[in-house]
Design a protein around this ligand. Structure first.
Ligand code: ZN
Length: 174
């Protein structure tokens, strides 16, 4: 093993850890050689892996708990604020749905995909389009705007609504 005089920094090679303090031949400094910690890299790797796994399991448990609360309390509210018509460069018109997602709870929630539902006058679903809103996480009380350009709509669409998960929250006449 290598030891170094902690005063003049001269290095010495020792065959074993001395039991008594050693004296530097150059400067006369006397110091105790510390036993270096035994590094078992496999053991350390295994310990790190265990720590990582337990962290992942804990995180999954927390997320699962949040999702369970999400179902019970419905902390995210989707509002369709307006539906406008735009015309693209080729002269085709598209419907654009503008709205907000609001976190009405006091904890952070991940924003799931939103589904725009097109239905006829009797409420029959004619088309559904899923999209991902821009915000991934919403803090307590936060609100995020979304804007989604709908693809080609089937004929007979009278209502456009937005929902997340299985909760239908708001609808507006076309
Ligand atoms: Zn020395």
């Amino acid at each position: 093993m290598k030891v170094r005089c902690d005063f003049c920094k001269t290095e010495y090679n020792l065959s074993s850890v001395p039991n008594a303090p050693v004296k530097c031949a150059i400067c006369g400094n006397v110091w105790s050689v510390a036993v270096p910690p035994r590094k078992n890299s496999w053991l350390m790797f295994f310990a790190a892996l265990c720590a990582l796994l337990s962290a992942i399991i804990f995180t999954v448990a927390v997320i699962t708990q949040h999702q369970a609360k999400n179902v019970n309390r419905g902390p995210l509210v989707v509002d369709v604020e307006n539906i406008e018509t735009i015309t693209d460069a080729d002269g085709r018109t598209h419907l654009v749905v503008n709205g907000t997602v609001t976190n009405i709870s006091d904890i952070i929630y991940g924003v799931p995909d939103l589904i725009i539902v097109s239905s006829d006058e009797k409420g029959r679903v004619l088309a559904q389009q899923k999209f991902m809103p821009s915000a991934a996480l919403l803090g307590a009380g936060d609100k995020v705007n979304f804007r989604h350009i709908l693809g080609k709509q089937p004929s007979g669409v009278k209502k456009i609504s937005a929902k997340l998960a299985d909760i239908q929250l708001m609808q507006e006449d076309k």
